[in-house]
Design a binder for this molecule. Sequence first.
Ligand code: S3P
Length: 441
Amino acid sequence: MSNFISIKNPINSFNSNISVAGDKSLSIRWVLLSSMAIGKSKAYGLLESDDVKSSLKAVSRLGIRIKKTKNHYEINGVGINNFLIKKNTVIDAGNSGTLARLILGVLAGSEAEVKVIGDKSLSKRDFERVIDPLKKFGVKIINKKKGLPLKILGSNYLRPINYLERIGSAQCKSCVMLAALNTDGKTKIKAEKSRDHTEILFKKIGVPIKIKKTKKFDFIEVTGKKNFNSFDYIIPGDISSSSFFIALTLLSKDSKLIIKNININKTRTGIIDIIKKMKAKIKFINRKSYMGEKTADIVVKSSSNLKSIDCPSALNSRAIDEFLIIFLLAAKSKGISFFRNLEELNQKESPRLKIAINFLKMLGIKVVKNKNIIKIYGNPNLKLNKSYVIKNFRMDHRVFMMSTIAALTLGGNWKIYDKESIKTSFPSFLKILKKLGAKFN
Ligand code: S3P
């Protein structure tokens, strides 16, 4: 089987309902927290992607028993810091920054040394951002570079900390919250805004937590060493995976799509706010609440009159994984779009900001980067007729998916490599595209 797809024709109009894969952030959090709970937890709709499989493998290395049945996963939790860790244990986080950073928090109380490794792309990413607070707790980290591999040696006698999270990274915040579970006492966090799934889960499963939200910061206080019971979870669809289908519909003619049961947590819906400002025809129906989270069906229609946006930086962390696809929409909209302070995108699975700018330039779109400002000169009449080859993007799943949507909506003759990258977050991506009538081989 080849490792690329060829696309020669835009997708025809469609009118359909789809479900996308389960939310990645929630799936990984369920795996880690249910391992620390007491008793058997079940998850339905768990995302079956490489990042989540790495998470399941990781907790099994800590002695956790996992069972997969036809329609759900079961994890037998052992309580906080009660893992059975063998000598020379190695955890391979694969491509998952979320797993790698969060598991360090989980392991903070463990007195057996564990080595954490990752794939080439993950190994290059910044771990100092979690190593620093972990050291404050009293955790020992042995590392040679600022990325992976590293060794972690926790302690049963950690001290709670006061921590200022400045990046707006949910991974850093969650790592500290998980480490806090291993301490006697209260850990206090002042965090820039970022997704709050860990906070919501802590509250729902009975971890003592206090949260105060102000306009700019969230203040979180976690009390450790209090065991909690197992919990079941029905994982809703992932808005980040949905975003590719949202863009596909917006940029296709006479099309309509309903994407069922998506997590619409406010910290994740920046893309919706952004594209609404761009005049996208999109709305939520069937709103529900579940386990402290909000869900809805997303209804989206073709929108041939997209307008440019001056994107407020306050939306950055709420749309952090969606900027590749947002940039593509900006390229096809009327006027000049402005985005600011998005350097953090270069810290993702690939240097996404650099890749996106080169990508748009390749399509003939004028992009100007001046310090922290990016200007995209949109062209609503953008139609492509050349040949395009997309490769060497460090297997970044979202680069692959964004390129595929560009190919299916803008014309041209495309060859997009590393199709197996979708296994990271959205293995059924191509299957769903086929269902909608996309032609590729
Ligand atoms: C995630 C947080 C974000 C996001 C990632 C998932 C999480 O990363 O980009 O895909 O589940 O906590 P940062 O915390 O590094 O911004």
